[in-house]
Design a binder for this molecule. Structure first.
Ligand code: FCB
Length: 470
C-alpha cells in the first residue's frame, strides 16, 4: 500500500511550500456527498410523490425559518451544471441519494419512469466524467403514503423498501459501483420516531425498537435482492458492492465520575451498538434490550429476521462529525452534552480524533473496507478579497480530519474513500437554510454557485492525492 508523507519543494514563485503532504493509498476515492431532499427542489416535478419531509416542513415551528424542500439547490434542473462543477474539482466519487417518492410516488408500484430517468441521466453523466457514483437508497425521504401506513414502525415498510431497492438494482445495478442502503438509521429512529426533531417527528419512544428493527430488516432484504440481481466480480475493486451508512459519534464520559462513565457506555450502546451488533453479529446487545424492556419498549422480531439483517455486505460507510460527552441522567440514564473545544456553526465540537475513534469502533465489528461517507462542517462565511469566500476554518477542519484518516490508514485500517459533506450548501433538515456545509456556496435566490476557497483546496488535495499540512 503506497502510503507516505513527503516533503515538497518550494513553488516556482518562491512562495513557501507546505512542509509535508500526507499521501493516500492508490485507489483511495476522493468524494463529496449530498442527499436528494436537501438539494433537488422541484418537489412536484414529473410526478414525484409527497415525502415525510415535505409534510414535516409544513408543520408549524418544526424547521428553522419555515424552510422547505423548495427551492433547495434546484439540482433537479441544474444537475448538469453541478456535475460540471464536480468534474472541475476533479472529484473521484459522488455520493447522492435517490428520492423514493420520485421512483414510486405512493411507496410502491407503479413506477414513475420520469423520476427514474433523472437518476439514469445523472449516473450516465457522472460516468462520462469518470466520477464514481455512490447511491444512497434511503436518505430520510420516505413516501408519505407509507408513513400513513405506519412508516418505519410498520414491518411492511421494510418489504416495500426491498421492492424499491430491487427496481433500482435492476435498472442501475451494474452502472453504480457503490450502493448504500440506509443513511443513519440511528437518527431516523431517535430523532424521527422516538423524538420529534426530524420527519416524521412523531415523538413515540415506544416505537424505538420497532423502527430500528425495520430499518435494519429493510437493509438486509435489500442486500439479499442485490445479490440476486447484480452480478459481482470479486477481482474488481470497484465491482458493484453494497453496504449501510451509520453515523458514529464517539461517546466520552463528561467527568471522571463512574456515573458518567456508565452513561457514556449506555449512550454508546444505544446509538452505535444497537445497530452494529445485529448487522455484524446477528443479535441485539443485551444491555440495550434490558434498557428498553424496563421502559416497555418491545422488539417485533420474527424468526429469521436476524439472519437477514446480518446478511454479509461489501463495505461499511460511516458518517463522522463529532464526539459527544455523556452525563448520567436520572430519567434517561444518559444525556449528551457538547465537548469543551471550539465549535462549528452547528455548535458541534471540533474534535478531529473522532475520525480515528469512529474507525476503531467500526473495526471492533468488521474487517470490511470502510468509507467515510460524510465528514465536514458548517461555518459562517467571511468574504475574502475580490468576492472570494475564504473559508479557512473549513479548510482547517478538513485538513485535521483527513490527517486523522491518514493516521488510521497507516495504523492498518482499510479505509477506501472520503466524502466531504457537502458538495453544495443545502437544506439542513430542521435547521433549514441557515447552516452552510458546502464546498460550493449556493445563493438560494439566484441559484448561483460559487466554489469557496475550500473547494479549491480540496481540488488540490485530489490532484496530488494527498493532504498538504502546514
Ligand atoms: C448527517 C446527515 C446529512 C447532513 C449532515 C450534516 O447526519 O446524514 O444529511 O445533514 O448530517
Amino acid at each position: 500500500m503506497a502510503l507516505q508523507s513527503s516533503g515538497s519543494p518550494s513553488t516556482p514563485g518562491g512562495a513557501p511550500a507546505p512542509a509535508t503532504v500526507l499521501r493516500f493509498p492508490s485507489g483511495f476515492l476522493w468524494g463529496a456527498a449530498t442527499s436528494a431532499f436537501q438539494i433537488e427542489g422541484n418537489t412536484h416535478a414529473d410526478g414525484r410523490g409527497e415525502s415525510i419531509w415535505d409534510r414535516f416542513c409544513r408543520l408549524p415551528g418544526r424547521v428553522a425559518g419555515g424552510g422547505t424542500g423548495e427551492p433547495a439547490c434546484d439540482h433537479y434542473r441544474r444537475w448538469r451544471e453541478d456535475v460540471a462543477l464536480m468534474a472541475r474539482l476533479g472529484l473521484g466519487a459522488y455520493r447522492f441519494s435517490v428520492a423514493w417518492p420520485r421512483i414510486f410516488p405512493n411507496g410502491g408500484a407503479p413506477l414513475n419512469q420520469k423520476g427514474l430517468d433523472f437518476y439514469r441521466r445523472l449516473v450516465a453523466a457522472l460516468r462520462e466524467h469518470g466520477i464514481v457514483p455512490m447511491i444512497t437508497l434511503y436518505h430520510w425521504d420516505l413516501p408519505q403514503a407509507l408513513q400513513e401506513r405506519g412508516g418505519w414502525a410498520a414491518r411492511d415498510t421494510a418489504l416495500r423498501f426491498a421492492e424499491y431497492a430491487a427496481l433500482l438494482f435492476d435498472r442501475l445495478g451494474n452502472e453504480v459501483p457503490l450502493w448504500a442502503t440506509i443513511n443513519e438509521p440511528m437518527l431516523i429512529t431517535y430523532a424521527g420516531y422516538a423524538g420529534r426533531t426530524k420527519a416524521p417527528g412523531v415523538g413515540r419512544p415506544w416505537q424505538t425498537l420497532a423502527v430500528a428493527h425495520h430499518l435494519l430488516l429493510a437493509h438486509g432484504l435489500a442486500v439479499r435482492a442485490f445479490r440476486q440481481i447484480v452480478s459481482q466480480r470479486a477481482d474488481d475493486r470497484l465491482a458493484p458492492g453494497i453496504g449501510i451508512v451509520l453515523n458514529l459519534r464517539p461517546c466520552h464520559p463528561a467527568s471522571p465520575h463512574p456515573r458518567d462513565a456508565r452513561a457514556a457506555r449506555l449512550l454508546d450502546t444505544l446509538t452505535h451498538r444497537l445497530f452494529l451488533e445485529p448487522l455484524f453479529r446477528g443479535q441485539y446487545p443485551e444491555a440495550a434490550l434490558r434498557f428498553f424492556r424496563r421502559r416497555c419498549v418491545s422488539l417485533p422480531a420474527a424468526p429469521g429476521d436476524m439472519a437477514i439483517i446480518a446478511e454479509p455486505t461489501d463495505f461499511l460507510g460511516i458518517n463522522v462529525y463529532v464526539r459527544v460527552l455523556a452525563k448520567s441522567d436520572l430519567i434517561m440514564g444518559a444525556k449528551q452534552v457538547p465537548g469543551p473545544g471550539p465549535k462549528t456553526a452547528m455548535g458541534w465540537e471540533i474534535y478531529p480524533p473522532c475520525i480515528g475513534e469512529a474507525l476503531a469502533l467500526a473495526r471492533e465489528y468488521t474487517s470490511l473496507p470502510l468509507y467515510l461517507t460524510e465528514n465536514g462542517a458548517a461555518f459562517t462565511d467571511r468574504p475574502g478579497p475580490g468576492g472570494t469566500i475564504d473559508d479557512q476554518e473549513r479548510i482547517a477542519y478538513l485538513r485535521a480530519h483527513l490527517a486523522e484518516a491518514h493516521r488510521a490508514i497507516a495504523a492498518g485500517i482499510d479505509l477506501r474513500g472520503y466524502f466531504v459533506w457537502s458538495l453544495l450548501d443545502n437544506f439542513e433538515w430542521e435547521d433549514g437554510y441557515g447552516p452552510r456545509f458546502g464546498l460550493i456556496h449556493v445563493d438560494y435566490a439566484t441559484q448561483a454557485r460559487q466554489p469557496r476557497a475550500s473547494a479549491h483546496w480540496y481540488a488540490g488535495v485530489i490532484a496530488q492525492h494527498g493532504v498538504p499540512m502546514e
